[in-house]
Each structure stands twice: as C-alpha cells, then as structure tokens.
Design a protein around this ligand. Sequence first.
Ligand SMILES: Cc1ncc(COP(=O)(O)O)c(C=O)c1O
Length: 389
Amino acid sequence: MIPYGRQLIDEEDIRSVIEVLRSDFITQGPKVREFEEKLARYCGAKYCVVFNSGTSALLGAYYACGISQGDEVITSPITFAATANMLFVLGARAVFVDVEPDTGNINAEMIKEAITERTKAIVPVHYAGHPAALEKVKRIADEYGLKVIEDACHALGAKYKNSKIGSCRYSDATVFSFHPVKHITTGEGGAVLTNSEEVYERLNLIRNHGINKGSFLYEPDGDWYYEVQSLGFNFRLTDIQASLGISQLRKLSHFVEERRQVASYYGERLKNNPLFELPVEKLYAFHSYHLYPVRLKNPFVEKKREIIRTFREMGIGVQVHYIPVYRHPLYRKHGYANVHLPNAEDFYRRVFTLPIFPSIREKELEFVVRVVNEQVERLAKSGGGKCGT
Ligand SMILES: Cc1ncc(COP(=O)(O)O)c(C=O)c1O
C-alpha cells in the first residue's frame, strides 16, 4: 500500500538518536534546549517550547494564552479533532466558522458574525499546509481584543506572504506537530512558538507539572526547593526525540521542496482530469503540502465511496481529511447537533487526499496517475457521469 504520508529517516537520524542513548540525558536535557533554539531560529520567533505531541502543544498554547472555563474560541471544522478537543479540556468551547471552498481554511470574512462577549481567541488551522488568511484574522483579532493561536500542525515550512509560519508575526502562538506523517518527525512530538515572554513562561509551567525552579512565591527551604505554582502535566519531549528532531530539521527545506515537486508532478499530469479539482495555492501563500487534498467534481461526488474503495484496492492509501469536527458524537452530545456549515459539508463530501511524502518514488507517482485515469475511464463506461462535467 502506498500510504498518504510517511516519514523519511536516514542514517544520520539513526546515528544522532544512538548518540543520545549513550549519553547521560535521555529525557528532557540539552538536546531539547538545542532543538528549541534551532526551531525558533528557523521560524524567526523569539521562543520555542517543545511538547510530547501536537495535541499537548495545543493544550499548552491555549492555556498559556489564557483560555479558560466558559470562553469561546473561533476555529475551523475542517481539522483534526484535537484542535477543538483541547478547548473542551479547559472548559472552553469551539465555535466553528465555515471554510473557503477551495483551501478548506477558515473563511475570514465570516469570523465577525461568530464573535460574542465570550469570544477569547481565533484559531486558524493551516489546512494541508496552505496558510489561512492571517492578515485578515489578525485585523479582526486586534479590533475585538482577541488572541490568535495558529494550529500549524500541517504547515511547518509554509509561508504567509514572506513570513514563515511559526514566526508569530500575526499571532500570539503557533503550534506544530512532529507526528511521522508531518514535515519532520520526532516519533510523537509538538512545539509552540511565541514572541511573548509571558506565554513562554506559562508554556514551561504547564509542560512540567506547574513547577517553577526559578522565581519563588515563598522563602526557599534550601537548595532542593521548588514550587508547584500552577496546574501542569508531564508533557515533556525526550532528548532521544529532540535529537531526531534536530537531525530532521536540517533536512526540512529539502523535505518541503520534495513535497512541492510531488505537488507539481500531480499538477502537471492531473490538471485536466475530469474527476477532481486540485489544491490551490493563493497568491499570498507558500504551500508546504503536508497533504494533497483533491475535491471530486460533479457528478463523481456521488461515487466517492466507490472511488476511494477502488484506490485502496489498487494499493493507494487515499484518506479523507476531515470529517467536520462538529459531526463527531462527542460534539453532537455537547450541543453541536444542529451545526451545519454548508461549505464544510460540501468540502467533506468531495475531498480525499492523494499520497504525498518526500520518499515517494517516481514509479509510485506514475501508478497513482495511472489509477486516476483508469478510474475516469471506468466511471465513464459505467455511466457514473459524463466526463468533462
Ligand atoms: C490540524 C491538527 N492539529 C493537531 C494535531 C495533533 O497533533 P498530534 O498528532 O501530534 O498530537 C493534528 C495531528 O494530526 C492535526 O492534524
């Protein structure tokens, strides 16, 4: 099966992990610090705190930006559920705003309508690696005194205009994931970038049990003294993972370039196909193609199940990203049963993602294109719709 995404680990990565295994630090130590410094430098942000997943990094970012009980946070339903789930954990609620039909990103023009007295923040998700309309989001956030937290789990290596995602030029914090299908991996892992010292300090607290070893509220009992000053967790990344992250980060630009080459390969060969529309790259965007989402055209959309089943039977692991979050039972049970956002629904009806990852071979890409063309022929023959509509 050709998966929709996978990691690329080389001998240099393996050597760097082995080196840490032979050292004194295997949990959080100097490699974590080095990874944070290098990520911050790469993105052009002041601070970086790494976490043991993108999910814990999201929770950390929400907490550090002051989201709490009763708050409402505006976000997109076309995302992985963790974006909204971590709001639930803090007693806050996601308010879903509809998406742009082409990018699947939050429609910034519709954000204002969703703002209430309880709104605390906006969380744009850079779906598939295409940046959301950050300038518009930031303008609205400034007008209403809201925080902006970017869910950039898909978008390491992407740029909005000339700013790297992660520079936090338009936000209070930006969250990344290092799950194996992402641009770089640490096995599991995540990070929050920020330019705010206060957010940075709160991120450090929530990552490590709320423990502050530096500035105390009470008189220290002795050299061993530390204080638990707020609620926290063990969200630490290990040095083993961080050293893999450092090694992967060296190759990030190359990984992004390879992904963009796969996208142009599909773009050239599939641009006139009657089955689906290809992803777009808006003028302001530098897409880092975590995913390659295509959208079925009419009338093939009615055959989505069959089309996906055929791809999978042929050994191509296409996937659907995403079921709109409000459709999940957890959300239906908690007051979202009547939420129905037309563009998100339509996007979900049409979308599936073709394989894209740096180590994909030309033969595999040729095979994907061939299977697309075969599906077009098969559907035309079976009367699945007139080609070209
Ligand atoms: C948009 C988005 N946000 C958050 C996450 C959570 O990241 P992780 O799997 O590293 O916990 C993911 C993971 O796929 C994601 O796609």
